[in-house]
Design a binder for this molecule. Structure first.
Ligand SMILES: Nc1ncnc2c1ncn2[C@@H]1O[C@H](COP(=O)(O)OP(=O)(O)OP(=O)(O)O)[C@@H](O)[C@H]1O
Ligand SMILES: [Mg+2]
Length: 196
């Protein structure tokens, strides 16, 4: 299901400065070739906000591509083994907005980290990239299997970057809790009816 910025309930997530998201929605960050990083625990809206900005960018006719980090690494490895890595990197380098979701959810081997670095180096100071991760920047060292590669990646990602730390409760859990509350209410009503 498409999730837009207007579907996001900012009152549920007060750690997010709505003005910062409104500013990103103007697409000036794309004109200024800035990156965006959403950091935070599961269910707090990182993918929602990243993809909503992607939708807005596409509406503004910026070429946009969304990819999950693990799938991206698999694509890069496949391209490498099929001797078409330069073409693949060129193609990924051309999108005005690339969204790389779920950095650090699955471990990355040294080859994956190397390929990821090549992509980041190619896009550095050119078009914008949005990243999401449930790991803090200090934990990024562990994601990329090698400290040198990790710091080279972080250096480039953070050079012109809007970082949004989300520190809240999971919206998925909230929905689950509300669902369970409704179920309990229905059960209580049925019980009361059966036991007048
Ligand atoms: N503040 C919010 N208002 C409305 N819907 C929200 C909000 N936060 C999250 N959601 C919804 O909750 C679900 C989980 O959010 P999302 O997938 O963006 O979380 P995430 O931070 O990417 O989590 P994960 O780290 O597990 O990938 C989605 O359906 C999303 O649309
Ligand atoms: Mg997500």
């Amino acid at each position: 299901m498409k999730k837009e910025l207007s579907d996001f309930d900012f009152s549920f997530q007060p750690s997010i400065d709505k003005r910062q998201i409104d500013e990103l929605a103007t697409m000036r960050f794309l004109e200024n070739t800035e990156n965006v990083v959403f950091l935070g625990p599961p269910g707090v809206g990182k993918t929602h906000l990243a993809t909503a900005l992607g939708l807005a960018a596409a509406e503004h006719r910026f070429t946009t591509y969304y990819v999950n980090c693990h799938a991206l690494i698999e694509q890069l490895k496949k391209a490498h083994y099929e001797n078409r890595l330069p073409d693949k990197l060129r193609m990924l380098g051309r999108y005005r907005l690339l969204i790389i979701d779920e950095i650090g959810y699955l471990p990355m081997d040294i080859q994956g980290a190397n390929l990821f670095f090549q992509l980041i180096a190619r896009r550095y100071e050119k078009p914008s990239t949005i990243f999401t991760s449930n790991k803090t920047f200090s934990q990024w060292n562990d994601i990329f299997a090698d400290v040198t590669i990790a710091s080279a990646i972080l250096d480039r990602v953070l050079h012109h970057c809007n970082v949004i730390h989300i520190k809240g409760e999971s919206y998925r859990l909230k929905e689950r809790k509300e669902y369970m509350k409704q179920k309990v209410q229905v059960a209580n009503t049925l019980f009361d009816k059966a036991n007048p």
